[in-house]
Design a protein around this ligand. Structure first.
Ligand code: DC
Length: 225
């Protein structure tokens, strides 16, 4: 049996991470872990419990106690299915807020490491190749032009973007990019050894092919060791 890899997929929102990671995991028979959904679930619970989004110790404590599960396309926290509830503009902003808190990141990074340590995982997020698994077997950084990312988000039925229109989505994405790239802990940066793929105007299946080629090369390289 070939080695089961840790594959890190990072990049800004709307770059195509979700579709690529899901397809890749399906093809390889690996687990798909959407770490953004974990930050969203914590944000949802924070609001649900009436905890202020900037109360770092309270949010970190909530994250430590929470039972966050992701799998089979379902996201749940403490037994509550929040798959749909976490995909709203309010949760976009709330997740970006809690993701800025170092102690909350500490808790989720530890959980993500436990989820992926045995390999056979495609983990997507912002800091997977830089912080969570700096030794990941394959690191991909997906990007796309702001216009393309806004267009994708606006037409994504999982997001309520189509109701608010593309211009509003573009503004929200820009604001969130700013939060994600300027935070002091684990800002969105490209790992030195990541392969950068600009997905602007490229059909998703071509991007998947490209990433699959990199994965196969890596599996072959391990086989010949
Ligand atoms: O990918 P997403 O839009 O669902 O992520 C939600 C928020 O969480 C977004 O503001 C970025 C942040 N995030 C993060 O800081 N680190 C990750 N590994 C994943 C997401």
């Amino acid at each position: 049996m070939s080695k089961r890899l840790i594959i890190a997929i990072d990049g800004p929102s709307g770059a195509g991470k979700g579709t690529i990671a899901r397809t890749l995991a399906g093809t390889l028979g690996y687990r798909h872990v959407d770490t953004g959904a974990m930050y969203r679930a914590i944000a949802w619970k924070t609001i649900e419990d009436g905890v202020p989004l900037d109360d770092e110790s309270a949010v970190a404590e909530l994250a430590r106690r929470a039972d966050v599960r992701i799998g089979g396309g379902i996201v749940s926290i403490d037994g509550c299915d929040v798959t749909r509830a976490i995909r709203t503009p309010e949760m976009d902003a709330a997740a970006a807020s809690v993701a800025r808190l170092p102690r909350v990141r500490e808790v989720l990074v530890a959980l993500q490491r436990r989820m992926g340590r045995n390999g056979g995982v495609v983990m997507e997020g912002r800091d997977i190749g830089t912080v969570v698994f700096p030794g990941a077997d394959v690191k991909i950084f997906l990007d796309a032009s702001p216009e393309e990312r806004a267009r994708r988000r606006a037409s994504d039925p999982a997001h309520s973007g189509n109701r608010v229109g593309q211009a509003a989505v573009a503004r929200a994405i820009e604001a969130r990019d700013r939060l994600d790239t300027t935070r002091t802990v684990s800002p969105l940066v490209i790992a030195a050894d990541a392969v950068l793929i600009d997905t602007t105007g490229i059909p998703i299946d071509r991007v998947v092919d490209k990433v699959m080629t990199l994965v196969r090369e890596r599996i072959e390289a391990y086989r010949s060791l």
